[in-house]
Design a protein around this ligand. Sequence first.
Ligand code: EAX
Length: 327
Amino acid sequence: MNRRLGLCLLAAAFAAAALHTADAAAQTTFRMNVSIPQNSHYGVAVDAFAAEVEKRTAGRYKIRNFYASALGDEREATEAVQLGTLDMVMTSTGPIPNFVPEVAILDIPFLFRDTAHARATLDGPIGQEMLKKFEPKGFKALAWGENGFRHMTNSKRPVNAPADLSGLKMRTMQNPVHIQAYKGFGIIPTPMAISEVFTALQQGTVDGQENPISVIKGQKFDQVQKYLTLTGHVYSPAVVLMNKGTWEKIPAADRQAFMESVKVLVAANRKRIDDDERDGVAYLREKGMQVIADVDRTKYQEVLTPVFAEFAKKFGQANIDRIRNYK
Ligand code: EAX
């Protein structure tokens, strides 16, 4: 081999090695948004997810998380994921009926008996079928997460019975099922994004709001709300979404890594909610809230009888019963 050819071969070998290294280091970063702070049942979940994805893909994929609606409220972020200008969002189902109408059935009040029932349903065939409904709308839904059972707070009066809700002006999510149902309670619903709620309560634009203990505590609503009634009137699911086109570009082996990682997200999310549920009410009492814990939920359900009839027409009684009776 002459010297010239030798050098050429050497140069080619270097080039190939450099290319290989570049390949191995090729890194994709996905941006993900949540509506509430890092120190919350979504924040700890997406952080656990980011760490797991990075570990399982040997750093080839990174998740960059944005908290407290930094990249938009839940509706805006969901829309951005649909369009592909944002990669991922973990959101409550607040805005979801506007994107995937079939999933709105999950937002019906008193649909789930308790947390165990909700988690089993979402983890089982019903929940998994529902995740597929996101696909024709431009989303890959990786998993159901959780926001929790929602309770009523307000600054006007203790709500001891359903009739006490009548005439209260309450912030609601931008969710058509909630809005329709809450009107059935006699509430005057005022939909707005979560990032605006504290100020709206403080300034008296609305009298109250409803959210899980985790959110009431995390958003410091105890500073602007006197009364809390543990109505648990509706279960609030969360969902982890990715833009569908983005998902399809991920090689199969790495998709598997994402699916394994999202299990870690769900576990961290649920664990934090369990902790908040255990300690949150005592904490809110300490902060000065007057808590009505002894709630006859059947009374609240009875008030919604006409609304339930409307939902039966809309979603099909059999579909509702299938969820209600899931064991
Ligand atoms: O998803 O908007 C709400 O009330 C939600 O519960 C909150 O953003 C967490």
